[in-house]
Design a protein around this ligand. Sequence first.
Ligand code: G3P
Length: 218
Amino acid sequence: MKFFIDTANIDQIRQAQALGILDGVTTNPSLMAKEGIKGESNIRNHYKQICDIVKGPVSAEVISTDFEGIIREGESLAEIDPNIVIKVPMLPDGVKAIKYFSEKGLKTNCTLVFSAGQALLAAKAGATYVSPFIGRLDDISYDGIELIQQIRLIYDNYLYETQILAASVRHTLHVIKCAEAGADVMTGPLQSIMGLFNHPLTDIGLKKFLEDFHRSQQ
Ligand code: G3P
């Protein structure tokens, strides 16, 4: 399973990249706003900075909701760097735009997906990635992981090549459950990745190995 980091924070992207296991980055307008990135040229520079740090797919989201606007914005975002993936919301005009981008060979990420039917539409349009938001489903007492399993089954039935990018991942258990369910990619905050390192038996075992080594050298 590929690991993407879901943030626009440059320090956190650098930290994840330094681990050597980062495959890409996803952002959204809320994450960009959180970093205080304002104005078109600052937004473009920020995406370029991210692309210079991580040599993998970087999702940049359009703000337009009409077909022409999505096309205009998406093509402009794609010019920033060859690794830019145009992130398009799940809407009729969004699906139409994904089809257009896919025919032009531009990579897309269909975002704000909350049902198997929406995921089917994204795959039929040729989306590179589909982003089911598992945490937000859990928030309203629906099982986000069940949605990943359902989409996996449907995509495998018809050999759709759209990659399942589990989004709105909140914690380490989500990461594990996404891997069990066969998600192609998970995107989560830095702590959902760093938390995977933790196990008390690792800490206890390492302490003992080091103590035994130092004792044997005295
Ligand atoms: O990738 C989508 C993600 O940014 C949404 O996460 O935690 O706001 O539901 P969250």
